[in-house]
Design a protein around this ligand. Structure first.
Ligand SMILES: CC(C)(COP(=O)(O)OP(=O)(O)OC[C@H]1O[C@@H](n2cnc3c(N)ncnc32)[C@H](O)[C@@H]1OP(=O)(O)O)[C@@H](O)C(=O)NCCC(=O)NCCS
Length: 149
């Protein structure tokens, strides 16, 4: 894997992240990442950079209602940096910081059509369930992921 620096996010990273999400997902995703995620969850979110700038990010948080659970809301790697282990490294770093916070379980969700995400999470040892019908409201099924950390 090329050299990537991974650090905790800061609120100001939002401006760099939000301009790449649609391109990195290949569809409109900006509405799913309002600024509040970086304002309030930057301590548990991660930014990867290389000589070309931002190369990946993970937006995650410890559940305020369930002391044992850490949830990953968004993860993405710049298209040219994929399949070299950066996504796995971002998760490993998130698991480590979450364990330091006393978390024991990691969860995430994705849309049933995101086969890359499903394969990625399965490769990382997550249990894959669903599609869970109406998970996010009528007609909005989701795949759910969970693993111990
Ligand atoms: C999902 C994503 C973050 C993976 O990042 P990555 O850096 O390419 O992943 P890694 O190289 O660390 O791969 C980790 C594992 O996932 C698997 N994997 C990654 N991409 C895959 C793909 N397209 N198809 C099948 N498996 C894949 C790898 O084979 C690897 O498994 P292994 O270690 O057993 O060989 C990246 O493809 C991405 O940014 N996609 C667009 C955004 C997205 O859909 N995010 C997830 C939903 S929030």
């Amino acid at each position: 894997m090329a050299a990537h620096e991974i650090r905790r996010a800061e609120p100001a990273d939002y401006d760099d992240v939000i301009v790449v999400v649609d391109n990195w997902w290949g569809r409109a995703m900006v509405d799913k990442l309002p600024r509040m995620f970086l304002d309030h969850f930057h301590r548990t979110s991660l930014i990867a950079t290389d000589e070309a700038g931002i190369s990946g990010f993970l937006i995650g948080f410890g559940s305020p209602s369930d002391d044992l659970t850490a949830h990953i809301h968004f993860v993405a790697v710049r298209p040219d940096a994929r399949k070299f282990g950066l996504g796995r490294t971002l998760y490993d770093e998130f698991f480590a910081l979450s364990r330091d916070d006393g978390r024991k379980i990691a969860t995430a969700i994705t849309s049933p059509s995101n086969y890359t995400s499903i394969d990625f999470h399965r490769s990382l040892g997550f249990t894959v369930a669903g599609p869970v019908r109406n998970y996010n409201g009528p007609g909005r099924s989701q795949i759910t992921f969970e693993r111990p950390i």
